[in-house]
Design a protein around this ligand. Structure first.
Ligand SMILES: Nc1ncnc2c1ncn2[C@@H]1O[C@H](COP(=O)(O)OP(=O)(O)OP(=O)(O)O)[C@@H](O)[C@H]1O
Ligand SMILES: [Mg+2]
Length: 239
């Protein structure tokens, strides 16, 4: 089956800083693909290129069979940004309804559904500006899910989320994957990384290593994923 995300020699620079360097990536339908890498290694920039919010300097990317950027993809992709992109003077429910409407979903029932999913039903009428950081992350995730996208691009979705809900989020991601939704997710949390089907390790804009948790550990000669991460990040011989 064709890849859901495919990039060839994808590159993006900010001045002399090469944030993404000739990156080749293929993400398969229905897999949860985790992006790992130190701060500043290019994960967010890669995601922004894939959703068409940044323009590549070189190479190309296809998402769901369309060459990006392509406006039609907005309705098919759910993107949860690392930085917050909510309206503080709208309620949680209104934010979700607004993102849904932008993407052709105006069902009140669907808004209720995703509110329930992120356990925010009771706070639906609260202004987002008055919610705590973790509660706002939940609203952001609901916004990314409301239009039932075929591809989810989640940039550190569980930062600030309490452990109980974090487990619930991951259970939901797995359910979505089983339904055929493809998920690209970045994380710095190793136990989350281990829940991914495959992982890509980025450093300095490049995809340095790729595989399952077991494969990455073997490649790095490490006993656990954290040690593998540190070895790849340092650029040891194992990398
Ligand atoms: N709009 C921009 N202008 C200038 N430099 C940028 C811009 N966006 C990103 N960068 C730089 O590109 C590099 C990659 O940043 P990016 O946000 O993609 O990293 P990241 O892997 O997502 O890091 P983190 O784990 O901290 O989220 C960094 O050095 C960053 O400062
Ligand atoms: Mg980032």
């Amino acid at each position: 089956m064709a890849a859901v995300i495919e990039t060839h020699r994808l590159s993006k620079a900010f001045g002399s800083l090469e944030a993404v360097r000739g990156l080749d990536l293929a993400v398969r339908p229905g897999e949860i693909y985790g992006l790992l890498g130190p701060n500043g290694s290019g994960k967010t920039t890669l995601m922004r290129l894939l959703v068409g919010l940044a323009k590549p300097d070189g190479g190309e990317a296809w998402v769901l069979g369309r060459r990006v950027p392509d406006r039609r993809l907005f309705a098919e992709v759910g993107y949860m940004t690392q930085a917050e992109a909510l309206y503080p003077d709208l309620t949680a429910g209104e934010n979700i309804a607004f993102f849904g409407a932008l993407n052709g979903v105006s069902s009140r029932q669907r808004v209720e559904e995703v509110l329930q999913l992120v356990e925010l039903t009771e706070r639906a009428a609260d202004l987002v500006g008055t919610l705590s950081g973790g509660l706002r992350r939940r609203v952001s995730l609901a916004c990314a899910l409301v239009h039932r996208p075929r591809l989810l691009i989640l940039d550190e979705p569980t930062v600030g989320i309490d452990p109980q809900l974090r487990v619930a989020f991951w259970a939901h991601f797995r359910r979505l994957a089983q339904e055929g939704v493809t998920i690209l997710v970045s994380s710095h949390v190793m136990d989350e990384a281990e829940r991914c089907d495959r992982l890509g390790f980025m450093r300095e804009g490049r995809l340095l290593a790729e595989g399952t948790t077991e494969e990455l550990k073997r490649q790095a000669g490490a006993t656990d994923l954290e040690q593998a991460f540190l070895r790849f990040a340092e650029g040891s011989d194992a990398a």
